[in-house]
Design a protein around this ligand. Structure first.
Ligand code: NAP
Length: 319
């Protein structure tokens, strides 16, 4: 008898697959993150749980959970910085994620933000909607020409590489990157020694490292002061990788030209100071927001649940 808990509404194809695999599937219809008591209850009531972004399975959640009924947290999403994997493991709970399923869609959102920020698309759209557009003229709303420029990618993993390919093959851009290890992209791309070196050379800086304790505030005033005043900054990874106050200061003072953000330090709270700035594009965490992508993520998470509950090693176990 297998009993699983899906902590959010999910696409129909995912629910159909889950119902075919498990005896009992409970779907939570609330779209807000789980509260600590709900997470503790989930550990005791179900054999497997499919959590997602915002469900903060911190060490505190597992503190009194001695050999809980739940054997696996099959996260819906590649980023799992909201789950304390070591604490879960110590309680006998496996953690899995959905790598690969999200790569292209998230890279596409990075391109959306690069183009929107560089070409001032958000600002232009607001102008037209406000009825304030007086008509075309040769020096109106000039932005940064993206084709042929240099993109600096911080974090050259699956998503970083997908962004690099789009920039190189689609826009004839020069790619430089900062990453823990050297990568072979199949085309020329220099690895910067430091983030500051990358920032000094790049016309567009894109963040694609995972969130978590290791990368908390990895990016702050030092990086922004090393960037060119004409450069743009894009974050599609996790909000708390960036010191948001330092970013607001850099945008407000003109230290950098603009930014495009899909994620925020205290999501879903977006500071008033950020919303008041014209030179920033703000998206509501749309990286993977397309039905077929959410289906692929859900099916992957359900296969991870199934493998774990059948006593097998789940394909996407975080070790
Ligand atoms: P990935 O394949 O694991 O790539 C992460 C890369 O970051 C790796 O190349 C890794 O280096 C590098 N890295 C990790 N820590 C680093 C550090 N401290 N300094 C420098 N480089 C570091 O992950 P991915 O699939 O590309 O996903 C990246 C992140 O994007 C996810 O963790 C998630 O938070 C975020 N994301 C956001 C959305 C959205 O909706 N906006 C959607 C999907 C994913 P090595 O290669 O040396 O290990």
């Amino acid at each position: 008898m297998s009993r699983v808990y899906l902590t959010r509404p999910l696409p129909e194809a995912v629910l159909t697959r889950a119902r075919a695999l498990f005896d009992e599937v409970e779907v939570r219809h609330d779209t807000a993150p789980l509260k600590i008591g709900q997470m503790r209850a989930a550990l005791t009531l179900y054999d497997g749980v499919l959590p997602t972004l915002g469900d903060m399975f911190s060490a505190e959640v597992f503190r009194d959970a001695e050999s809980p009924r739940c054997k696996v947290l099959a996260n819906f999403g590649v980023g799992y910085n909201h789950i304390d994997v070591a604490a879960a493991r110590a309680a006998g709970v496996m953690v899995t994620n959905t790598p690969g399923a999200v790569t292209d869609a998230t890279a596409d959102i990075a391109m959306t933000l690069i183009l929107m920020s560089a070409r001032r698309a958000g600002e232009g759209e607001r102008l037209v909607r406000a009825g304030g557009w007086a008509g075309w003229h040769p020096t109106q709303m000039l932005g940064l020409h993206v084709t042929g420029k240099t993109v600096g990618i911080i974090g050259m993993g699956r998503i970083g590489q997908a962004i690099a390919r789009r920039c190189h093959f689609g826009f004839g851009m020069n790619v430089i990157y900062y990453n823990r290890s050297e990568k072979d992209l199949g085309f020329d791309a220099d690895r910067a020694e430091t983030m500051q070196d990358l920032a000094a050379k790049a016309d567009i800086v894109v963040v694609a490292v995972p969130g978590g304790v290791e990368t908390h505030h990895l990016i702050g005033a030092d990086l922004f002061s090393a960037m060119k005043p004409t450069a743009h900054f894009v974050n599609i990874a996790r909000g708390d990788i960036v010191d948001e106050a330092a970013l607001i200061a850099a945008l407000g003072s003109g230290q950098i030209a603009g930014a495009g953000l899909d994620v925020y330090e205290h999501e879903p709270k977006v500071p008033d100071a950020l919303r008041a700035l014209e030179n920033v594009v703000l998206l509501p965490h749309l990286g993977t927001a397309a039905l077929e992508v959410r289906e692929a993520m859900g099916l992957m998470a359900v296969e991870n649940l199934s493998a774990a509950l059948n006593g097998e090693t789940p394909p996407n176990l975080i070790s």
